[in-house]
Design a protein around this ligand. Structure first.
Ligand SMILES: Cc1ncc(C[n+]2csc(CCOP(=O)(O)OP(=O)(O)O)c2C)c(N)n1
Ligand SMILES: [Mg+2]
Length: 387
């Protein structure tokens, strides 16, 4: 008899009853039984932290809308929207410490912002005006590594980096404020890549200080998660020796509390672990995709009801936050987006010879030859024009 997929409805499912949730989709604070071990982390948060989470989610969603519009207006070659995934991203990013290293895929705009990366850098990338990196070309500015579009490959990079941290003795030193760990973000589809399985093997063998954070947004372009996985993804690591927790990824509190504990465990020598955050990509896969071709409106509407921002807003209002706060946050977000728009239009491209600059860390004879060849080639057009 074929093994029955536990992603039951063939398209999206659903969560196990072990899923950790603190804030219900209706915005009620009602921790699930499975949340108990994570509650001490939530209890460290203050009202100011709740508002900070809200501000970040609203700001990055507004930024994402602006970037989508800029792409449609011909300013960007491509855009990868993050709309809907702000709860998973904001909660987990606030659970990292400055000394931790983050390995993103390509949709982690909120995480970049929380780490202090100026978001014009992401725009620059999707405008094709960089060879990678941030501020403007540093591949690990704020310990936020480069966006990686080769699906799953950065799982191996992150595990290699975490092995390095361990060999350097920079983790589990007994000084929690100094101990380093790694967190790597990838999607449900990426779990089908061999690189991710290999990363699990090495992480378990070397007991690396790291967390694998899967944003299960239920689709890998047009392929549903039920095709990628016959078992819930949080159990995918078990056979490798990488234990996992499943969370409601649209619950920013669950994302914070669970990631904080997993990262603390990683920093204190308890080895690698995995988090599967159930969330949903509300927009298209990228600006080149049309999701109406493969998913139903009913499914989309169902997930819109679970929106991470709306539920925190309900919670904040019920706990006495004044209207003025929400109005201010939305105004700030609009100003932020307007500033991004202005700076996007002002960005200038790179000189084509810059492609040779970052291939090797030191001058290289082959790069010099190719640079000269390109210069002569470019000059030949000028000669042609004058002839
Ligand atoms: C190695 C590789 N194969 C295929 C692709 C094409 N591709 C780009 S995104 C994507 C789907 C990824 O889905 P998932 O990991 O769930 O991440 P999501 O985009 O949903 O956040 C694919 C197949 C690629 N970029 N790299
Ligand atoms: Mg996906």
């Amino acid at each position: 008899m074929p093994f029955q997929s536990r992603y039951v409805d063939g398209v999206s499912s659903s969560a196990d009853d072990t899923m950790v949730q603190l804030l219900t989709p209706e915005g009620k604070f009602k921790p699930s039984a499975s949340a108990e071990e994570f509650l001490p982390y939530f209890e460290k948060l203050t009202d100011a932290d709740y508002r900070k989470f809200y501000r970040e989610m609203v700001t990055v969603r507004r930024y994402d809308t602006e970037a989508t519009n800029l792409q449609r207006q011909g300013q960007l070659a491509l855009w990868v929207p993050s709309h809907g995934q702000e709860g998973a991203q904001v909660g987990s990013a606030f659970a990292t410490k400055d000394q931790d290293h983050i390995f993103p895929a390509y949709r982690e705009h909120a995480i970049a912002h929380i780490r202090g990366v100026d978001l014009i850098n992401i725009i620059r990338q999707f405008k094709g005006f960089t060879h990678g990196g941030w501020n403007p070309f540093d591949p690990k500015h704020k310990n936020f590594h480069i966006y990686t579009l080769v699906i799953g490959s950065h799982a191996l990079h992150s595990t290699g980096y975490a092995m390095g941290i361990k060999f350097d003795g920079a983790t589990n030193t007994g000084k929690p404020d100094k101990d380093e760990a790694v967190i790597v973000y990838f999607g449900d589809g990426a779990t089908s890549q061999g690189d991710v399985s290999e990363a699990f093997v090495f992480a378990a063998s070397y007991q690396t200080p790291q967390v694998f954070f899967i944003q299960n947004n239920h689709w890998a372009i047009s392929v549903p998660v039920s095709v990628q996985a016959r078992v819930p993804l949080y159990t995918r690591g078990e056979g490798f020796g990488v234990p996992g927790t499943q969370i409601d990824g649209n619950d920013v509190f669950a994302s914070f509390a669970v990631t904080a504990k997993h990262m603390d465990d990683a920093r204190s020598g308890k080895g690698p672990s995995l988090i599967e955050a159930h969330t949903y990509r509300i927009g298209a896969h990228t600006s080149s995709d049309d999701p109406t071709k493969y998913r139903s409106d009913a499914e989309l509407q169902d997930w819109i009801k679970k929106d991470p921002i709306a539920r925190l807003e309900t919670f904040l209002k019920a706990s006495g936050t004044e209207e003025k706060f929400f109005a201010e946050v939305h105004q700030e977000a609009a100003d932020f987006a307007a500033d991004i728009r202005r700076r996007t239009v002002e960005l200038t491209g790179l000189d084509s010879s810059s492609m040779f600059d970052s291939v090797y860390s030191e001058p290289h004879v082959l790069m010099d030859e190719q640079r000269q060849w390109l210069a002569a080639y470019d000059a030949s057009f000028e000669e042609e024009a004058q002839a």
